[in-house]
Design a binder for this molecule. Structure first.
Ligand code: HEC
Ligand code: HEC
Ligand code: HEC
Ligand code: HEC
Ligand code: HEC
Length: 217
């Protein structure tokens, strides 16, 4: 009987609670419970170490370079694309061409070894994701990646859980925009948002997609 009520997990928990209470940190356990529910538990909002700090603010907002200049397969393939060193050198053989900050780029270029950027967004191997279909149906970068144009280092703003995907797949309408606005970080619907969403869903021929084989194939 008792094993039903006091499962080992609960015992550990009770002990932990006592230890923490004894240590005078009543808030710590509560803190732990909160922690597992916060974005931090899913590696969100923690900047990822990179070989060189690449600042999207300076390149997108200040210089006005479109996302697709660097992520140039985002409309055509599953993969958005990460720019090769040569593309950086198109500008940086002239701009900031003496700055030490850009040493890793020049080194990569001279040695002909690609820069190794660490991934911020990643779904598990058993999940199929494809950029092109989203972008071509009018789901904007900002909807899934947030205001990248204001980030000194890319932060993960979406959980990438199954329910995150499904919430949108059940009723995607309100997340649509005209296809030509997909990289616009500040687009807002003009007029009644519900009506705009309905018209876009029809125009972009958007369907709900909830069958398991959509994402697990
Ligand atoms: C279309 C031109 C262009 C391309 C392509 C480009 N940059 Fe830049 N980059 C600039 C300009 C202009 C600045 C100076 C911005 C400033 O001073 O505010 C800059 C600044 C920088 C800086 C200095 C620090 C900062 O953020 O201001 C770094 C580092 C940098 N770029 C890295 C890269 C890397 C890595 C790539 C390739 C993935 C790249 N850039 C591609 C134009 C470009
Ligand atoms: C000048 C080139 C350049 C432009 C323009 C650019 N990016 Fe990037 N982006 C990069 C590089 C280099 C990385 C890899 C380093 C990093 O994660 O910061 C990157 C990384 C990212 C990532 C994280 C990828 C991962 O690891 O999961 C996202 C999301 C992203 N960019 C979105 C955007 C969006 C949205 C725009 C337009 C608003 C944009 N980028 C414009 C060069 C660029
Ligand atoms: C529907 C949500 C969604 C939209 C819209 C979206 N992305 Fe992504 N992005 C993701 C997911 C999920 C991943 C991780 C994919 C993986 O692990 O295969 C990702 C990964 C990336 C990466 C890393 C390289 C890669 O392809 O895995 C870059 C760069 C990126 N996105 C840029 C963009 C840009 C630029 C746009 C807009 C033109 C955009 N994304 C639109 C969800 C989205
Ligand atoms: C903000 C909305 C949104 C989010 C979030 C989102 N999707 Fe989608 N997804 C769409 C829309 C819209 C379509 C196009 C549906 C249609 O009309 O066929 C789509 C289509 C797809 C397709 C292509 C279906 C097919 O049969 O060709 C795949 C695969 C997919 N999504 C996977 C994912 C995965 C995996 C995630 C989470 C990591 C995700 N999506 C998150 C809106 C979203
Ligand atoms: C729109 C995309 C999408 C659809 C549709 C979808 N899944 Fe998933 N599924 C995911 C993603 C993304 C993950 C990874 C979640 C994570 O990393 O936390 C996942 C994870 C899983 C897992 C691993 C355990 C877990 O919860 O992480 C199982 C099992 C699973 N899905 C089964 C299903 C079944 C059964 C269906 C149909 C009823 C389904 N999925 C439909 C996107 C989807």
């Amino acid at each position: 009987m008792s094993s039903l009520i006091f499962r080992p997990k609960h015992n550990t928990l009770a002990r932990l609670t006592l230890v923490v209470l004894a240590a005078g940190g009543g808030g710590t356990v509560a803190g732990l419970f909160l922690w597992v529910r916060t974005p931090y538990a899913r590696n969100m909002q923690a900047p990822i170490e990179q070989p060189l700090q690449f600042d999207h603010r300076h390149h997108t907002r200040d210089e006005g370079i479109d996302c697709r200049y660097c992520h140039n397969s985002v409309e055509k393939s599953a993969f958005a694309g990460i720019p090769p060193t040569q593309l950086c050198m198109n500008c940086h053989s002239q701009v900031w061409n003496k700055s030490a900050i850009l040493d890793p780029v020049r080194k990569s270029f001279i040695e002909d070894k690609p820069m190794v950027w660490n991934r911020v967004y990643k779904v598990p191997e058993f999940v199929y994701f494809n950029h092109s279909i989203h972008v071509n149906k009018g789901v904007g970068c900002v909807t899934c990646h947030g205001r990248v144009d204001t980030m000194a280092a890319v932060e993960k703003v979406s959980t990438l859980t199954m329910s995150w995907c499904l919430d949108c797949h059940r009723s995607p309408e309100m997340n649509l925009r005209p296809v030509e606005e997909v990289t616009n970080m500040t687009w807002e619907p003009q007029g009644d948002p519900v009506e705009v969403a309905r018209v876009l869903a029809e125009k972009n021929n958007v369907h709900t997609r909830t069958s398991c084989t959509t994402c697990h194939r």
